[in-house]
Design a protein around this ligand. Structure first.
Ligand code: ZN
Length: 463
């Protein structure tokens, strides 16, 4: 009996070791292919340099859709199609402007002289334009508690939310989650007390002065006042200037909405050989903000998604489950693509094993984050040693993303996200420097390697 037990332990460990060797060999092949013959960097060059910023409804969005479908079809998936969804069509209108005016004391004159300074600003996405130049005295608030304290002083003023990224968060996404409520809710909460405009300290801790846009969400109960993000150096300057006296700002913005317009999720599929009706989804979002090229956000996730399909095809991998490669529409200012994908999955009664999103930039791999059951999490943790040689050494909790979030809400699908290093992401996020030149080829490719390896393991072993 004891011998039998020993034998079965031996047999089990032999198979475990054997399959681990088989897995590490296959993952080595994935890496060799992507790092030697991969095309993700060239794909990204075309997406960013030949198409550029691709906000929902813009001509570039339509070009990007055609490019995305063609790029997926060129890799010969079993199927590729467009999934229709209606998206908001917000238009910036023209360049956003703001200038500050303040008094500088002169030595022998009591009155001093008025000085003007141009500020580096950009209107928040989904915000309404000022119509004509709008001038008001600036009131700085540190946070929402400070706004409440100063609520009686805000009528006809421009509220300046100067809430910084908390530098103590090592994961910069935590600083973003902490601060982004000022961009989302700040304008309406100031409008509630009669403010006529809002300036937000950019969601960043970069050392440059580039302003960072991103969506705001008006509350329909209050006037929809214009709102700008301001670069960090100008934010610090404005705060300092307000300490020494009154500052007026004149802002001029032009944003407006056109009718909702037709857009598409771009989807390719490799059909499963054993469980064709069980799906694994991987994706990134094809839309991006207008001031830049959307290289890290989320061109990187888009080309990594295409690259995973490419390497599976190149290695002749026949997945057990059906794998979908999705370039989502409208993540930035509506989330309609992700919502549509989940809605259709539910309507068709599809079973979704896992969804993974890559939308944290094309930087050096650090790990995979996962949201599911404890048992699933421990199963994934056991794969850490297979992924770690390629960079994804941390198996974290809390995976997800806004494109795949709806799948979890409607179908309870386990979610994961590809986690690259986060230190530089908010230097470029939604700002004019999110360009191709700021993406490193090796880092981008290693991201695709880790995603492909993780998806291979999920497909092979399930969750
Ligand atoms: Zn994004």
């Amino acid at each position: 009996m004891k011998k039998l037990k020993l034998l079965s332990v031996f047999v089990l460990s032999f198979f475990l070791t054997y399959s681990q060797t088989e897995d590490s060999t296959f993952i080595r092949h994935i890496a060799d292919y992507v790092l030697t013959y991969g095309n993700s960097y060239e794909d990204l060059r075309i997406l960013t340099k030949q198409i550029g910023g691709r906000l929902s409804g813009s001509p570039q969005m339509y070009k990007a859709e055609q490019w995305g479908l063609k790029s997926l079809e060129n890799v010969h998936p079993d199927k590729a199609w467009l999934q229709e969804c209606m998206v908001p069509h917000w238009v910036r209108g023209a360049a956003d402007e703001a200038r500050a005016s303040y008094m500088v004391p002169l030595k022998k004159e009591a009155k001093g002289k008025s000085v003007q300074k141009k500020l580096d600003v950009i209107a928040l996405g989904n915000s309404f334009g000022s119509g004509k130049p709008l001038t008001g005295e600036v009131i700085e608030v540190n946070d929402f508690a400070d706004l409440e304290n100063k609520k009686d002083q805000l009528r006809n003023k421009i509220v300046f939310y100067n809430y910084p990224f908390n530098p103590r968060f090592v994961q910069t996404f935590l600083a973003y989650s902490d601060a982004v409520r000022y961009r989302g809710q700040g304008p309406s909460r100031a409008a509630k007390y009669g403010a006529k405009g809002v300036i937000i300290r950019s969601m960043s801790h970069s050392t440059d002065n580039n302003p960072h846009t991103g969506s705001t969400n008006y509350n329909d109960s209050f006037p929809k006042i214009p709102a700008l993000a301001i670069g960090l150096r100008d934010a610090d300057w404005l705060s300092k200037q307000l300490n020494s006296g009154k500052v007026e700002v004149t802002m001029n913005t032009h944003g407006y909405f056109r009718q909702d317009t037709l857009a598409h999720n771009i989807i390719a599929e490799l059909s499963g050989s054993q469980n064709p009706n069980e799906f694994i989804t991987i994706g990134g979002h094809l839309d991006s903000w207008d001031p830049a090229e959307g290289a890290h956000d989320d061109g990187a996730g888009v080309v990594q998604t295409i690259e995973v399909l490419r390497v599976f095809k190149a290695l002749g991998y026949k997945p057990r489950h059906s794998i979908r490669f999705v370039l989502f529409a409208n993540e930035e200012n509506g989330g309609r693509g992700g919502a549509k994908y989940a809605e259709e999955a539910k309507a068709k009664g599809e079973k979704h094993l896992l969804a993974l999103e890559s939308d944290e930039g094309g930087f050096t791999p650090r790990g995979i984050a996962f949201t599911g059951t404890e048992a699933q999490y421990s199963k994934i943790t056991a794969w850490q040693k297979l992924l770690c040689p390629y960079g994804a050494c941390e198996i974290q909790t809390g995976g997800g993303g806004s494109d795949i979030g709806p799948l979890a809400r409607v179908l309870n699908t386990p979610l994961s996200s590809y986690v690259p290093d986060s230190q530089r992401y908010f230097d470029i996020h939604h700002a004019r420097n999110d360009v191709f030149e700021n993406v490193n080829k090796r880092e981008l490719e290693l991201g695709a390697v880790n995603i492909a390896a993780f998806i291979y393991l999920v497909d092979k072993y399930g969750l």
